[in-house]
Write a protein that binds this ligand. Sequence first.
Ligand code: SUG
Length: 440
Amino acid sequence: MSYAEYNFDGLIGPTHNYAGLSFGNLASAKNAGAASNPKEAALQGLAKMREAMGLGLKQGFLPPQDRPHLKTLRALGFSGTDTQIIENAARIAPELLANCYAASPMWTANAGTVAPSPDTLDRKVHFTAANLAANFHRSIEAETTARVLAHIFSDEKYFAHHPPLPGAMHFGDEGAANHGRLCENHGDKGVHLFVFGEDGEKFPARQKLRASEAVARNHLLDPVKTVFVKQSGAALDAGAFHNDVVGVANGTVLFLHEKSFADKETAYRDIREAAPFVEIIEASAKDVSLEDCIGSYLFNSQLLTLPAGDGGGGEMALLLPNEAQENPRVKAFVDETLAKNNPINRAIYKDVRESMRNGGGPACLRLRVVLSQEEAAAADGHFLLDEAKISKLEDWVNAHYRDRLSPDDLADPALMEESFAAMEALTDLLSMGAFYDFQR
Ligand code: SUG
């Protein structure tokens, strides 16, 4: 049976803004209060999806969520009409309103953790939506994300869904942003690398070991093919709030900064034991400092296995943010990596600046799902892209999105009305029915 990797990117929602909500995420703090361009953001995201499709790769997407999330505002004691809720929240607790307006579901690397069917005991594809307990604005996503995943992958013959882990930060779970899969072919039984953290001196760790362990159990993974590694405090305190900011795994390759893990020697030994085929390509701190690495999002690139036959055949391409090209030390390291004898031999730089300014690079914007042909056919085709569908989504963005949004604009009920009108049109386009909380 043939298997392929699908990247499910987050379609960036109409309320994308810079509210400075994520402690420990340097870009989010730095750009707090700046004006965003939601239209540009969504079009940049769609252009990235188109680029990956142009490489012959399979591309899907997860829809945005309904924002403002009135259900949460109601749970927090705001009542009356929808307009009154917005007006009162803006007056009494503007920070709560900003949390309920975040377009953060765009970073689908945090939507959940996925185990492809060759890796699981029951041969189903397993999904656990992340609880994202570390940040209030992100914790709101979990329930709807679980609903989205169950909607797209609804056939119980192939897909198993686990609810977000209970217990809030006791089981803090940020999904695939702290998880990687190593394998020789997508359809082989893969090795799962879970990276967890412990609070640093400056910043809190979002991913708990006990959460990663629970996800591995839920997904019925083989313990011999499961590795748990602790993130380094230095990386966390330098701004690597998710491990995918300092490393990425794909196929046989682990591409990372040498300061990613707390105990590198033990981590590499454990990874090599579980995945003897692994090729570890690292940047030394001499080549690229942690600061350069985090400032440029070098390792938040998508590391993509190109399809065989098309100049590919096991060769890999890096899809990086423009910021990586703009830093001469980072650019030199990428060029050196391409010139060396390893599977990575192509670099593509893309503009995802709107997302980057909130700390989300190319790899944050996608959830990887390896599917067999049969499993892909069982998934909801509305969310699997081709040229025609991507153009329709662009038309939808152009019709409904603003090209400027400042945090003060969140107080205006007209933004809520526009946002809900966009979501109504999207649910029609995707035949989702009355899907979101505001439609129920
Ligand atoms: O969780 N930023 C996101 C960025 C997520 C990046 N994802 C990965 N690394 N996989 C976060 O910190 C900022 C929102 C704001 O400040 O308005 C934000 O949520």
